[in-house]
Design a protein around this ligand. Structure first.
Ligand code: SAM
Length: 472
C-alpha cells in the first residue's frame, strides 16, 4: 500500500503507485485541460506531486513543452538567480565488495588498479584541490568494511578539514558512501559533514536486485531506507539521485519524486539536492550494454520537470556530461556543478597515465576549474564557492524555510560575490580575473538592500587586503 509517511521502502516507493502514475501520465499527456491545470499549479512555483510531474514529462504537445521549459527557466531564476555553486569529487578508495554491473569497481574486476589513499595522500589531494580554488568537496568511496571502514572515512574527513594551504580551506565535505547504519550516520553527522549523498541507482526493485547481484548493496530495502536512517541520525541535508540508463526513465522519475515527497512527509524536509547522472563508459563498462539510455532531449526534459516539481531542491550535474550538455541544462534548473574533476583515486596530486587509471567513469568535461569559471561568467552565470548555509547552521528545515520564502537570495547573492572575489584574488588566471572583476561590479549593483550592499563592499576590500576568515 502506498504511504509516503511510512518508513518502509515498499510503502513510500510503491511499485503499484509508480505503475498507476505511468498509466495516468500516458492517458493524460495530451489532454490539454489536464496539462493546463497542472501548468497552472506549477506556475505558483511551489512544486508538483509525482503524478502531475509525470504528465508533464510525457506531454509532447510542442507549445506545452515550450511552456514547460520556460517555466523551468523562470523557477531557476526565481530561486537560484544566476548563481552556480562549484564542487569537486574526491575519490578516497576504489576497494569494493559489491557486484554493481555498471560500475568498474565491482568485485570481479581483477585488472583495475585498487587504491586507497593514506591520510598523507589525502592531504596532497586536498592541497591540489585547494590550489585550484575548491572549497566544497564530495568524498567518494567504494563499499568495503575491511578496507574502507567508517573510521577510515571519519579520519579522512578530519584530515580534509585540517588542511590549510596558503589561503585555501575545504569548508564543506559532502559524503557519498554506501548505505550504512544509524550509528554510523551519527558519526558522520558529528564529523561535520555537509550533505549525505546516496544514489538509488534504480527504484525498480527487481531490476535493482539484478543490477546489484552480490554484496551488501544487493539489499534493496536497506539501500532505499538509507535516507530515513541518515535523517534519524540527525543528518538533515541529504541528496538523492538515480543512474539514468539502468531502467525506464519514466519509472525512475516517478520513483525519485516519490522519494522526495516521502522525506518531506516523514521528516518535514525534502532532499537538499538531486543528482542526475547518466551511465558512462568506464574500464570494463560499456554504456551501450544497457538498454535504457536516454538522449539529450529527454534528459533536458527530465531536468526541467524535476526543477518544476521540486523548486526548493538544488540540482547537480557532474563532469560525466559534456560542456555542451551542461550548458543546455544550466538554465533549465541545474544549480550546482563539479569542475576540474578527476574520478580516479589520487588523480589530483598525481594524474595517472590512462592505462594505470583507477577512474570510476570517463569524464566528458575535462576543462580545468579556471576555464569552467570563465565559461560560466561568459554565459552570464555567477560562480559561487559559498558554503555559508552549512557553516551558519542553515540546514534542513531552516534552509527550506528560507528557500521557500525566496529569501535565500539575500544570503546567497552576497556570499556568491564574496567567494568569487576570494577565488579571483587567490587562484584565477589574469583573463578570468578581468572578467570576474567586471561581473562583481555588475552583481553588486543588483543588490537592492543598501545595508547589505555596503557590507559586501567592505568585505570585498578586506578580501583584497588578504582577510579570509569569513563564514562564507
Ligand atoms: N559506493 C557508493 C555506493 O555504493 O553508493 C557510492 C560511491 S560511487 C563512487 C558514486 C556513484 O557513481 C554511484 O552511486 C553510481 O551511481 C555512479 N556510477 C557508478 N558507475 C558509473 C558509471 N559507469 N557511469 C556513471 N556513473 C557511475
Amino acid at each position: 500500500m502506498y504511504n509516503p509517511k511510512s518508513h518502509k521502502a515498499e510503502e513510500f516507493i510503491s511499485h503499484q503507485e509508480i505503475l498507476d502514475t505511468l498509466e495516468y501520465a500516458q492517458k493524460n499527456k495530451n489532454n490539454i485541460e489536464v496539462v493546463d491545470k497542472i501548468l497552472e499549479k506549477a506556475r505558483l512555483k511551489k512544486g508538483l506531486n509525482h503524478r502531475e510531474a509525470a504528465v508533464l514529462l510525457d506531454c509532447d504537445i510542442p507549445e506545452k513543452v515550450e511552456e514547460i521549459y520556460a517555466l523551468a527557466r523562470e523557477i531557476k531564476q526565481d530561486y537560484y538567480g544566476n548563481r552556480i555553486v562549484l564542487f569537486a569529487p574526491l575519490y578516497l578508495s576504489n576497494y569494493c565488495v559489491n557486484g554493481c554491473v555498471y560500475c568498474p569497481y565491482h568485485l570481479k574486476n581483477k585488472h583495475i588498479p585498487r587504491k586507497k589513499l593514506t591520510q598523507e595522500e589525502i592531504r596532497h589531494e586536498v592541497e591540489a584541490l585547494q590550489d585550484m580554488g575548491h572549497k566544497r568537496l564530495a568524498i567518494e568511496s567504494g563499499e568495503d568494511p575491511v578496507n574502507n571502514p567508517i573510521e577510515y572515512i571519519l579520519d579522512s574527513i578530519k584530515t580534509i578539514y585540517d588542511v590549510k594551504r596558503k589561503n585555501g580551506s575545504i569548508r564543506r565535505v559532502n559524503v557519498n558512501i554506501a548505505a550504512t547504519t544509524v550509528e554510523n550516520y551519527k558519526k558522520l553527522h558529528e564529523a561535520g559533514i555537509g550533505t549525505y549523498i546516496l544514489f538509488q541507482e534504480t527504484y525498480h526493485k527487481e531490476s535493482y536486485e539484478k543490477l546489484h547481484p552480490t554484496g551488501p548493496k544487493h539489499n534493496y530495502v536497506y539501500h532505499t531506507e538509507a535516507m530515513d536512517r541518515a535523517m534519524e541520525a540527525g543528518i538533515d541535508d541529504v541528496s538523492l539521485g538515480v543512474l539514468f540508463g539502468l531502467e525506464l526513465y519514466r519509472y525512475e522519475f516517478a520513483g525519485l519524486l516519490m522519494h522526495a515527497e516521502h522525506l518531506e512527509a516523514a521528516f518535514g524536509v525534502g532532499p537538499h539536492a538531486i543528482s542526475v547522472p547518466r551511465i558512462k563508459h568506464a574500464d570494463d563498462i560499456d554504456p551501450n550494454a544497457f538498454d535504457n539510455g536516454i538522449d539529450d532531449e529527454t534528459f533536458a526534459k527530465i531536468v526541467a520537470c524535476i526543477r518544476i516539481a521540486t523548486p526548493y531542491t538544488g540540482m547537480i550535474i557532474s563532469t560525466r556530461e559534456s560542456k555542451e550538455c551542461r550548458e543546455k541544462l544550466l538554465n533549465l534548473g541545474v544549480s550546482q556543478i563539479s569542475g576540474g574533476s578527476k574520478t580516479s583515486v589520487g588523480g589530483y596530486f598525481k594524474p595517472m597515465p590512462d592505462s594505470e587509471d583507477s577512474a570510476q567513469f570517463d569524464v566528458s568535461d575535462r576543462r580545468p576549474l579556471d576555464e569552467v569559471i570563465k565559461w560560466l561568467m561568459e554565459l552570464g552565470y555567477l560562480p559561487s564557492f559559498c558554503t555559508s548555509c552549512y557553516r551558519q547552521g542553515r540546514t534542513g528545515d531552516r534552509f527550506m524555510e528560507i528557500c521557500k520564502s525566496q529569501q535565500i537570495h539575500n544570503f546567497c547573492q552576497p556570499n556568491a560575490i564574496m567567494t568569487l572575489k576570494e577565488y579571483l584574488e587567490d587562484y584565477a588566471s589574469d583573463e578570468t580575473k578581468a572578467i570576474g572583476e567586471k561581473l562583481i561590479l555588475k552583481e553588486l549593483e543588483l543588490i537592492e538592500n543598501e545595508k547589505i550592499k555596503q557590507t559586501v563592499k567592505e568585505n570585498l576590500k578586506k578580501i583584497e587586503q588578504g582577510q579570509r576568515d569569513f563564514k562564507f
